[in-house]
Design a protein around this ligand. Structure first.
Ligand code: IPM
Ligand code: MN
Length: 364
């Protein structure tokens, strides 16, 4: 029987409420699948920063390294200046734990309204693999003559062959999964950013030709992809791109799958012994904190991604079936509201994970 060590960072605002539902779903899934786990909670976030001045201390990073996975609620506090918590917690975790994959499934579930006219669940089902440790996020550059009329600011994009290649390999492997179509689209800007995207382009074709001949390779410019996400989202299966483009296109993608209440993501180091951190895409929504109103489905779907990552494939499928069961039944998700409380939605998924029947048709 497998046993996992899981770190939990509920964080700020509505983070703790949605994390609670995610953990209830974990408990139900573990009971059914027959694995066990220990939870260790950490209080990183805005409150702790305001109290102690600490974001994510180095000692915590070395502790986090040893967990099988990290479950994060939300980071963001209205009284903390923008950038401090993002850089000090989220980006620090990504860099220091070398979580070089940012994985974002984009799937429109039944009953969820998309702003894209005439598109349904059969049209919106793709995955974005974003490089998560390099590019413009590497924070290299600087000022010249700062504060003068002749000021210069340089912000460099760092692209290493190793960094691109490990990300591409993960994406190629993902495209080979039985639930994908075997198509990988590199999203870049080869026509203008001729150094960075030339490296990516060569690595994409060399790795693909040598080791993944069965995966169909496509290329698209990032601006065109923004257009196609809206016009023809059904064209995409697995997408791979760099850090900055990935940041931008995954927000657009979250909107076509029904918004931030639904969108889940993972920050993953897929190497042996690597850890991974899963989080709902929405922020801390301080306005709604403590009201039992926020949609927990994004957090529950991040839990599903965590289970999938841990290798608990059945449990992950049960959780996804539970999420789909509830999106089909939520009275007013289509109108952008839930019509149910946070914990009632959690109840619905938990019950389905515990008791849902296994049918040939639903595949579980
Ligand atoms: C995301 C977020 C982060 C990013 C911010 C909060 C630093 O927007 O996870 O996409 O830019 O990567
Ligand atoms: Mn973003």
């Amino acid at each position: 029987m497998s046993h996992y060590q899981i770190a939990v960072i509920p964080g700020d605002g509505t983070g703790p409420e949605v994390v609670r539902e995610g953990l209830r779903v974990l408990e139900a899934a573990a009971g059914r699948a027959g694995f066990t786990y220990d939870l260790t909670e950490y209080d990183f976030g805005g409150e702790r920063y305001l109290r102690t001045g600490e974001t994510l201390p180095d000692s915590a990073v070395s502790e986090l390294r040893d967990f099988d996975a990290i479950f994060l609620g939300a980071i963001g506090h209205p009284e903390v200046a923008p950038g401090i918590l993002e850089q000090g917690i989220l980006l620090k975790a990504r860099f220091d734990l070398d979580l070089y994959i940012n994985l974002r499934p984009v799937k429109l579930y039944p009953g969820v309204e998309t702003p894209i006219k005439d598109k349904g669940p059969q049209d919106i089902d793709f995955v974005v693999v974003r490089e998560n440790t390099e590019g413009l996020y590497a924070s290299t550059g600087g000022f010249l003559r700062k504060g003068t009329p002749d000021e210069i600011a340089v912000q460099e994009s760092v692209n290493t062959r190793k960094g691109a290649e490990r990300c591409l390999r993960y994406a190629f492997d993902y495209a080979k999964r039985p639930d994908r179509r075997g198509e990988l689209t590199l999203v870049g800007k080869t026509n203008v950013l001729t150094y960075a995207w030339n490296l990516w382009w060569r690595a994409f074709n060399e790795v693909g030709e040598a080791d993944y001949p069965q995966v169909k390779r496509e290329y698209a410019h990032v601006d065109a992809v923004c257009m196609w996400f809206v016009k023809n989202p059904e064209w995409f299966d697995v997408i791979v791109t760099d850090n900055m483009f990935g940041d931008i296109i995954t927000d657009l993608a979250a909107m076509i799958q029904g918004g931030l209440g639904i969108a889940a993501g993972g920050n993953i180091n897929p190497d042996p012994g690597g850890t991974a951190m899963f989080e709902p895409m929405g922020g801390s929504a301080p306005k709604y904190a403590g009201q039992n109103k926020i949609n927990p489905l994004a957090a529950i779907s991040s839990m599903q991604m965590m289970l999938d990552h841990l290798g608990e494939k059945d449990a992950a499928r049960w959780v996804e079936a539970g999420v789909m069961h509830s999106t089909e039944r939520l009275p007013s998700l289509a109108a952008g509201r839930m019509g149910m409380s946070t914990s009632e939605v959690g109840d619905m998924v938990v019950t389905h994970v515990k008791e849902g029947t296994v049918t040939e048709e639903s595949g579980w």
